[in-house]
Design a protein around this ligand. Structure first.
Ligand SMILES: Cc1cc2nc3c(=O)[nH]c(=O)nc-3n(C[C@H](O)[C@H](O)[C@H](O)COP(=O)(O)OP(=O)(O)OC[C@H]3O[C@@H](n4cnc5c(N)ncnc54)[C@H](O)[C@@H]3O)c2cc1C
Length: 269
């Protein structure tokens, strides 16, 4: 049995930042997702892009509909203040990458018509602007586990890809992704990766696959999953009931069907 000590998760604060950034390039990842690279003078070289901070996310401020005008909050003494009479659309997005030398930030967007951020991503071109706030802090996930069981829908695919890139080389990774057939695409490689695509129709197939993989906490397995709240809620109940200690899983809702605003993800302490 592996006796490598497990380094527990740690949480790191980061001072508030308000930035207006512009798209300098973009790439079609699949018919349902697009990758955007952002630049801007306000993007600091010390932006925290640290290994195993796979759930790190920023808040994006989406231009107003239908004018396309970008209204930005001000950073006051008591936090962010919206301009008078303006309702801001602010949503959470994972940091897919950051290059400190070029000061370029990469974010992958699911393309959908149901909300302002999804619609922005459908329309955005080089030069399109977006507000980027935060991160307000980040969690470095634990190291030393033998096995990582990962589950994601498309909104959590950027974070899952970071897991595959950043998990220790000797670990076994069982990854399950629920996505429409056209959303399937090559993912990063890892020597211990077993990847299963699950065609998306409701929670059941992903929950079944994950619960079969994560049958019982053994102290050497870490479970991470994120996606639509209704999909991940039964999985959270399963791992809690299957003997996984609180330090051995992180299951987060990234959005909620029928509700505007990002899901009920919890900031790990
Ligand atoms: C920590 C964290 C990281 C995230 N990272 C990413 C990321 O990297 N990429 C990404 O694309 N998303 C990511 N999300 C999810 C994203 O914040 C939500 O999908 C958000 O609701 C999108 O905002 P919107 O303005 O498009 O829709 P909203 O105005 O919030 O919602 C309007 C309607 O659209 C529906 N809706 C929302 N999202 C989707 C969707 N993806 N597909 C279909 N219908 C939807 C809602 O149910 C609602 O009915 C993340 C969320 C969290 C909490």
């Amino acid at each position: 049995m592996n006796t490598t000590p497990i380094r527990e998760a740690s949480r790191h604060p980061y001072p508030p930042k308000v930035r207006t950034l512009s798209v300098i390039s973009s790439e079609k990842l699949s018919p349902t997702m697009r990758r955007f690279v952002f630049a801007g003078d306000e993007l600091e070289p010390e932006f925290p892009f640290v290994p195993l901070t796979t759930a790190m996310h920023v808040k994006v401020v989406v231009p107003q509909e239908p004018t396309g005008r970008l209204e930005m909050p001000m950073l006051g003494e008591r936090g962010l203040v919206a301009p008078e009479g303006v309702e801001l659309a602010i949503r959470d997005y994972s940091v897919r990458g950051f290059d400190a030398d070029t000061r370029l930030l990469t974010i992958d967007f699911v393309l959908h018509h149901h909300g302002p951020a999804g619609r922005w991503a459908i329309r955005a071109r080089n030069g399109s602007r977006l507000g980027v706030l935060g991160p307000r802090g980040y969690t470095i996930y634990p190291e030393g586990f033998d096995r990582y069981i990962l589950g994601a829908d498309e909104t959590a695919l950027p974070a899952l890809e970071r897991w595959i890139e950043e998990a220790p080389a000797g670990a076994r990774i069982d990854a399950f992704v629920v996505a429409p057939a056209e959303g399937r695409r090559p993912l990063p490689e890892h020597p211990g990766l077993s990847l299963s695509w699950i065609e998306g129709a409701g929670a059941a197939p992903l929950v079944d696959a994950l619960t079969a993989a994560a049958q019982a906490g053994d102290g050497r397995t870490f479970v991470w999953a994120a996606g639509e709240s209704g999909i991940v809620a039964p999985l959270r109940r399963h791992v809690q009931g299957a003997g996984f200690a609180r330090s051995e899983f992180d299951v987060s809702g990234y959005w909620r069907l029928g509700h505007a605003g990002s899901g009920e993800h919890e900031e790990r302490a």
